[in-house]
Structure formats: C-alpha cells, structure tokens
Design a protein around this ligand. Structure first.
Ligand SMILES: Nc1nc(=O)c2c([nH]1)NC[C@@H]1CN(c3ccc(C(=O)N[C@@H](CCC(=O)O)C(=O)O)cc3)C=[N+]21
Ligand SMILES: [Mg+2]
Length: 283
C-alpha cells in the first residue's frame, strides 16, 4: 500500500504563515506578543528545542525572552522568576523547559505559572478545562498532532485510536483530544499486557514511549495512520522516533517522520498559544 508522508515541517509552515499575519495585525495595534522561556541547566537536547523555539519566535515577529539558569538553581529562585514574569506586561506566555533538576518540584513550578500565561497547557486549571472541553490553552504536542491529522485529511470520528504512553504532557491529553473528536480511544502503557494485540487494532496509532524504533511492523494494522512522538538518538547518533519507520512504512496509510513530523508542530502550537494569549489584550 502506498503511504502518505505527513510532512510536519510543511504543515507547520502553512499554519505559521497564518500566525505571522495575526502577529502583524497585533503589532499594528500596538501589541507585540511575548514569550518567556526558562531553561534550567545544561541538557543539550533541551538547548536544541529552546533554540528552535527562539528561531520560530523571531521568524513570526514574536518577542522572546530567554532566561538561562544554572543547574543548581533553587526552587525558591525559580518560583521568584516565574512570579515576576506573571506580572510582566510584555510577556504573554511562560514556558519552563522540562525536565527540571531534581531539587525542583515540577508540579509546584507548573502551578506557579499564571493560568493566563500557561501556553504549555500544563497548569491544573488548563488541564481541567481541556478535560471539560472548555476553551483554554491546549498542550502543544497533542494539539499539533490533531492539526497534522486535520491537514492530512485523516478522519478521526469513529476510528479506533490507540495511544501508547500516559504522560501528563502527551499521552493523557492526546487521548482526550481524540475522544473529543469522536474516536474510540485505548490507552496503552508499560503495564499493558499483549501490547501488539492492542496496537494491531489501531486505525490511528500515536506512539509516545521514549524508546528508539521500538514499534516495528508486527505492531501495525494494514492501513493504519501512525504518529511518532519519539525523539531519540539511534546507534549512529541520528535522530529517530519510537517507530521503526523503514519497517512499518509500507503497512501504513500515513506516517510522520522524525525529524520533521510532530516536533515542528509542537513549536507551532506554542506560537499559536502565545498569540492567542496576546489577543486577550485587545480592547
Ligand atoms: N515545558 C516544556 N514544553 C515543551 O513543549 C517541551 C518541554 N518542556 N520539554 C521537552 C519537550 C520536547 N519538545 C520538543 C520541541 C521541539 C522539537 C523539535 O523541534 N524537533 C525537531 C528536530 C529537533 C532537533 O533537531 O533535535 C523535529 O522533530 O523535526 C522536539 C521536541 C518540547 N518539549
Ligand atoms: Mg519531558
């Protein structure tokens, strides 16, 4: 079967063109959207993601403020920084890059961010609203995946969607958004028995495990759409996903690559949320 390559880079660019227009309109009205990114420590992958976020802001005309803090930053100092940003009128969105060093309680950090500036959609206030189907900031990766499906004309309603992974950042909200679009949703995780039996029922399979190339052809139903959230390094230090792309591609009707699939969409939806936040300043 011939498979559709879901080009996240291209879909991102299409959506970013629309966002750029919105930014220009806001700037014309005296409002420059602003995003603050706090990066604690020296994790190289985090530095790459943050650099990509900065680049996207620059391209779209969004003001970005990067705050780099040392690995040994205290929780108290980080919370104080966040509180300042909560009050800063030039800042519409606050993102604290995860994971954080072990001396810092992530949940406490997330709950300190003003829900009005929670462009990651991780605050309990945002999570609760999402669960209830109320308007709020949606978490960027699951929201980006819904956009990939939409722009690729992959129907969700009535389909069996299987999500592997139950993180608060990806798996759990992913299943919820798919449910809201009328999919039948199954969650799988590390304690799931007979994972292959589950995934072989998926019309739409979303993989967010964090293990390089774990999902091979044996896990895939013929004609499935496969979305790979993984971001790993293989034995040659090349970026790769959780899906063994070469093994599964022929069985799929559509599939995302890594890189160039979900990653760019995560950043695009962050830009989207930041602009949505800035728009609340309009009279
Ligand atoms: N508070 C918070 N919010 C996040 O949204 C968040 C986070 N913490 N911590 C880490 C994860 C991961 N993440 C990615 C963003 C962009 C790419 C991305 O741009 N990927 C490119 C390639 C990147 C590369 O070249 O290494 C691609 O897939 O094409 C990947 C991963 C956001 N995250
Ligand atoms: Mg993380």
């Amino acid at each position: 079967m011939s498979s559709q390559l879901i080009n996240g880079k291209e879909i991102s660019n299409t959506i970013r063109t629309g966002i750029q227009k919105e930014v220009q309109d806001l700037i014309a009205k005296g409002i420059t959207p602003g995003l603050a990114v706090i990066l604690v420590g020296e994790d190289p992958a985090s530095h790459t993601y943050v650099a990509n976020k900065e680049k996207a802001c620059k391209e779209l005309g969004i003001y970005s403020k990067l705050i780099k803090l040392p690995e040994d930053t205290t929780e108290e100092d980080l919370l104080a920084q966040i509180k300042q940003l909560n009050e800063a009128s030039e800042i519409d969105g606050i993102l604290v890059q995860l994971p954080l060093p072990k001396q810092i309680n992530e949940q406490k950090v997330i709950e300190t961010i003003s829900p009005l500036k929670d462009v990651d959609g991780f605050h309990p206030n945002s999570v609760g609203k999402m669960l209830l189907g109320q308007e709020t900031f949606l978490p960027c990766t699951p929201h980006g995946i819904m956009k990939l499906l939409e722009y690729s004309n992959i129907e969700v309603a009535g389909k069996h969607a299987v999500v592997i992974g139950r993180s608060h950042i990806v798996g759990v909200p992913m299943g919820q958004l798919l449910l809201q679009h009328d999919a039948t949703v199954t969650y799988c995780h590390s304690k799931t028995k007979n994972l292959q039996e589950m995934t072989k029922q998926a019309d739409i399979l979303v993989v967010a495990i964090g293990r390089a190339k774990m999902i091979t052809a044996d896990y895939i139903k013929e004609g499935a759409a496969v979305i790979d959230v993984g971001m790993n390094r293989d034995e040659n230090n090349h970026l790769c996903g959780d899906v063994d792309f070469d093994s599964v591609v022929e069985k799929t009707s559509a599939i995302t690559p890594v890189p160039g699939g979900v990653g760019p969409m995560t950043i695009t939806m962050l830009m989207y949320n930041t602009v949505q936040s800035a728009k609340t300043k309009l009279a």
